[in-house]
Design a protein around this ligand. Structure first.
Ligand SMILES: [Zn+2]
Length: 65
């Protein structure tokens, strides 16, 4: 029988089995929600270091009008 675990996101019973692709979460939604919270809240990364030559913020402000 499959082991039942509590979904870390909503606390609902979730089946820990190969059939449950989102384990230990109960659903894809809970998995994505948790990953989102993890990415934005608990795991604050300093701004990436690759925005040096990508922003053309100096130079002409020619707008097609
Ligand atoms: Zn859930």
């Amino acid at each position: 029988m499959a082991k039942i675990v509590a979904c870390p996101n909503c606390g609902a019973s979730s089946e820990w089995s190969p059939a449950n692709r989102f384990r230990p979460f109960c659903s894809e939604r809970c998995k994505m929600t948790d990953l989102g919270a993890w990415a934005t809240e608990r795991y604050r990364v300093p701004v990436v270091e690759s925005d040096e030559s990508e922003l053309p913020d100096e130079g002409d402000n020619v707008l097609p009008n």
